[in-house]
Design a protein around this ligand. Structure first.
Ligand code: SF4
Length: 253
């Protein structure tokens, strides 16, 4: 039984979920990322949790942890059809190397593209609308049937993430952020220790990798995210808007 069923606060599911998340954050306050993942995948949300990954610059670390616990954990990958070919190759490399057995790729609906972005150039005029039909809507479809999902977001990535908890509520689901308190150095150390392959574009000057038209190289000393939607106010794709305001990216990379 999920905790929110235990916390039957007057039969209000939202209150029950809030109580569940508060209890989990208290229980796992000093837990490691692996302990949080183990509890979420094996116990708390067993059979009802998926990881969302962009297979971007930092993704290998969390994917490796999930694979160590259960390589059959569903991993949801949103292919906007605007990604770098290198990202698709990297996805396939990680699937093979980590032994992931249930990576599911979701693309934007043909009818949405035909209606809203028939020429495939919407990113030039309205990046929010483009991200909506290519990322937000497909992710909502991908998450259907899951009660919780795992995100790779970290506090150090942006001001809006500076108070990120390990467990939070998003659109009626629990979102698990096992790396919330990790630093960039922690990520690098873990990847080095476990000899994880890096996204090939990192070495070419792309420390943060999204869609091809909206990602540019970053100069030494620049913010690692400076190459995402360069020259625009936009800093995120919209996946986390309901609870955190404007953020960076759905998968935490
Ligand atoms: Fe479209 Fe750019 Fe958003 Fe990708 S990142 S979905 S190309 S606006």
């Amino acid at each position: 039984m999920a905790l929110h069923e235990t916390f039957n606060l007057g039969g209000d599911p939202e209150l029950g979920l809030q109580a569940e998340v508060a209890a989990l954050n208290s229980q796992f306050e000093d837990a490691t990322a692996q302990e949080i993942l183990l509890a979420a995948i094996r116990h708390q949300f067993a059979g009802g949790i998926a990881m969302v990954s962009s297979f971007g610059a930092d993704s290998a670390v969390l994917l490796h942890m999930v694979a160590q616990i259960d390589p059959s954990t569903p991993v949801l990958f949103i292919d906007t059809v605007k990604l770098f070919p290198a990202t698709i190759l990297y996805r396939d490399q990680l699937i093979e190397q980590l032994g992931l057995t249930d990576v599911r790729t979701f693309k934007p609906a043909r009818e949405d593209l035909a209606e809203t972005d028939p020429a495939g150039m919407l990113w030039m005029s309205d990046t929010d609308a483009c991200c909506h039909i290519r990322k937000v809507v497909p992710l909502a479809r991908a998450l259907t049937g899951f009660e919780a999902w795992i995100s790779g977001r970290k506090r150090f990535q942006s001001k809006t993430r500076s108070a990120l908890d390990a467990f939070e509520i998003d659109e009626g689901r629990v979102k698990v952020n096992p790396l919330a308190d990790w630093t960039a150095a922690d990520i690098l150390d873990y990847a080095k220790t476990h000899e994880l392959p890096t996204h090939p574009l990192v070495a070419q000057g792309y420390p943060s990798i999204g869609c091809m038209p909206c990602t540019s190289k970053v100069a030494p000393g620049e913010d690692p995210r400076a190459g995402r939607w360069r020259g625009q106010d936009k800093t995120e794709c919209g996946i986390h808007w309901p609870i955190h305001g404007k953020e960076i990216d759905g998968s935490g990379t």
